[in-house]
Design a protein around this ligand. Structure first.
Ligand code: HEC
Length: 406
């Protein structure tokens, strides 16, 4: 295993590759050279440059970085030669020589198959309503093959030319979101037999439906990984939902609370006391509607019932959303869901931190997971929540998606 994701230059390189290709696509689109598909410009080539392989092949990544550096230098020299007459010939000769000297990486290490939607970005913002809508569609259209839990054991699975993949693992995070969109709308072919494998849903689903399905599948996968391993192996954001905060009427969505630590409470048997270290957001009990009065000790109240559905999926309660009652979540300042307590638990425990730095980036890297609570300067109290907050602050989430740190 490599320590590649820790290398700043590599993160920068991958970001640069991604942004350069996205900028190229926008330019082609502005010039009218590529069509719009599913609301966004379509990538015109069957390949794109990507970091997925480079993360595991540092040698190729170095070659690519040096080659790009030399090509930039060659362009600069050529520009200089145009502007400056006397040393023009030697400058041009040097500019022509540099690409020949460059240690070009292997093509296979830097290119991956692309779809026309490879650079499409999800418009949903991981919204609770989108997750709830997607879950409904998933139950109608996808369970027969992919199964309730996404692991690919639906009743029709065995009859497919290839077994449906496990969607309840890291697969959805390895793919570009746009490629997932494409596969849901336009289906897939088995590479070996060239038979249709995953059916196409473009006739039955809009692009918005497909984006909603992608959100729902990610929520489902997060919940299933939590069930299997006790952790959110891929970091998950708190879904966006609308809320009201009597003391801060300007805040109307959970995303308006970014920058603060949140405690999200699902109504259950016991309501914990107020705590100044966190902004407490309560979900409305099912059927309560927006008129539900704010419970003592809460700062804000969700006005969106879909928040419950979405968090139930993320917590692994796939079939029984009611089982979420009494659960609490802690969200860090960047909006990541970090901890989840068991319903009715008296205090926070070490094990409640289910999104940890060591498990969130890449399989190798950091080994800090076994450490106990980290005593940090200014630790707000030394109870369970205090240690949890200190640990959370000491291990910020680094989110790597399709080879790019976000
Ligand atoms: C008739 C069975 C069947 C149904 C119904 C079905 N799938 Fe699939 N799905 C498959 C198979 C088989 C594959 C594996 C395809 C392959 O790798 O060639 C797959 C693959 C996928 C993948 C992985 C894509 C990737 O990039 O590797 C996703 C995501 C997915 N399906 C989502 C869905 C969604 C969402 C629905 C419902 C709208 C759905 N599937 C309905 C059979 C099905």
């Amino acid at each position: 295993m490599t320590d590649a994701p820790d290398a700043l230059w590599l993160q920068w390189l991958l970001q640069a590759l991604q942004s350069a290709q996205a900028a190229l696509l926008q330019t082609l689109h502005a010039l009218g050279l590529v069509p719009t598909l599913h609301g966004q410009p379509a990538w015109p080539w069957a390949w794109r440059l990507a970091g997925d392989t480079l993360l595991f092949d540092l040698g190729q990544a170095r070659r690519l970085a040096i080659t790009l550096g030399l090509l930039t230098l060659a362009l600069l020299l050529a520009g200089l030669a145009l502007a400056w007459r006397r040393p023009r010939l030697p400058l041009l000769a040097l500019a022509a020589l540099l690409p020949l000297l460059a240690p070009w990486p292997e093509w296979a290490a830097v290119r991956v198959a692309a779809t026309p939607a490879s650079f499409h970005a999800s418009p949903t913002g991981f919204d609770a309503r989108s997750i709830a809508h997607g879950q409904q569609l998933y139950r109608q259209l996808c369970v027969d093959c992919h199964g309730d839990d996404g692991r690919g054991h639906g009743p029709l699975a065995a009859r497919q030319p290839v077994w449906p993949p496990n969607l309840a693992g890291p697969l959805l995070w390895r793919r570009a979101d746009g490629d997932l969109l494409w596969h849901v709308l336009h289906g897939m072919h088995d590479a070996r037999s060239n038979q249709p494998s995953m059916p196409a849903f473009a006739g039955r689903l809009s692009a918005d439906d497909a984006w909603a399905l992608i959100d729902a599948m990610k929520a489902l996968a997060a919940g299933q990984m939590l069930r299997q391993t006790g952790q959110w192996l891929q970091p998950v954001r708190l879904p966006a939902f609308s809320l009201r905060c009597p003391a801060a009427p300007g805040r109307t969505a959970s995303t308006d609370l970014r920058g603060q630590r949140l405690r999200v409470m699902v109504p259950g048997d016991t309501a914990p006391p107020p705590d100044p270290r966190v902004v407490t957001v309560a979900l409305a009990p099912a059927g309560a509607g927006a008129a539900w009065p704010l419970a003592a000790g809460t700062d804000c109240q969700a006005t969106d019932l879909a928040a419950w559905t979405a968090l139930a999926l993320i917590a692994g309660h796939t079939a029984d959303a009611a089982a979420l009652a009494g659960t609490q979540f802690i969200v860090d300042r960047a909006g990541w869901l970090r901890a989840r307590s068991a319903p009715g638990a008296a205090d926070w425990q070490e094990d409640d931190l289910v999104c940890r730095a060591a498990s969130t980036s890449f399989p190798s890297t950091s080994t800090s997971s076994a450490a106990g609570p980290v005593p940090a300067a200014g630790t707000p109290g030394n109870d369970g929540l205090g240690s949890l907050i200190a640990r959370m602050d000491a291990e910020p989430v680094r989110y790597v998606k399709g080879g790019v740190v976000h």
